[in-house]
Write a protein that binds this ligand. Sequence first.
Ligand code: SAH
Length: 378
Amino acid sequence: MLVVGDARPARRVLAQYLAVGAEVFHLGGPLPERGRAGNAEHAGAAGRAGNAEHAGHAAQTPIVHVHTVQPPRSPTAWSDLVSAVELVVLVEATAQTDALITAACLRHRTWLTREPAAETSAMGSVTLVGGGPGSAGLLTVAAMDALRRADVVFYDRLGPSDLLEKWAPGAELVDVGKAPGHHARPQREIERMLVAAALRGDTVVRLKGGDPFVFGRGGEEVIACREAGVAVTVIPGVTSAIAVPAAAGIPVTHRGVSRLFTVISGHTPIGDRDLTHLIGLGGTIVVLMGISTLGQMLGGLSRLGMRADMPVAIIERGFADDQRTTICSLDRADEMMRTTGVRSPAVVVIGDVVTLAARGDEAADALLREAAQFALFE
Ligand code: SAH
């Protein structure tokens, strides 16, 4: 196939067709020396080939294999060029060139299609995209749209990433979950990467698990962009705090059972003061990043007066094929944790709503009946 248009406006078209394995000829301005988009640090092509750092998706868009062709000098030469390919994609051309190509395509019955030019402003932008809890079906339409337009996508392990190549066919995919030595990348470095890509003119997507603003450090990334003068927008996502319990059949609120839910991070131990407040609120408690401090938290709740038979659910790997839900009462949680060996990522739910997950069993049914009655009189 032949792509007509300068490298920068045509970059997405080039990447898309290369990604599906087409042999691509390019007629237009020169391709950037390093990388797909003149992007020395992360880009495809030459820059990517020897770049171990982003090796994950490295060799997949070898723009270096595009054949550059010179503009034909006569209508006959146009005919020769067009008859040598099966498809011509016109991104940008002068009126005169457009007319020559159209005529040649008609003459040779070569398919001709027009595709919009990618933005070419000197300054790019950053979009923080909430990717939901890992299931492709929970990606929003706005998220899909942003991915489709991206030049580069920075993603990590919690978001949905299996199908990224399909959703963002024109983009370079950079896994920022793991640094070369398999350590987590420092947050500041991720922020620097986002800003640097946008300053080079790229349309940047930062894909995050769940919602960007729920323990996602999205706020910090927004501030970093603003401080660097980079335009930044946020597309909210489906948070695991609500969706993962739902995947286990647990509604975080239920009329007559719980009229509030608190989402708290267990990344660092939750102190007695906070635990006392949580007990006092009497609603559903949802804990994210809570596995390493789980014993301490459940022990604290029990010591500070929470009912011994309060139901606790731990939902591991929500929406994955091996999602596992473990339910027990507060007083047996210790034993349960020891026998089941729960692991991160998991969402912990503490509250009567947990009983609703087990519809069909007696206790759950009794609770539901009670709730229904309560709702009737409310
Ligand atoms: N911004 C994310 C949360 C980031 S904190 C959101 O809104 O969902 C990371 C924590 O989220 C994990 O430690 C785990 O508690 C939870 N989590 C995210 N996705 C999950 C999943 N698919 N299954 C279970 N827990 C998940």
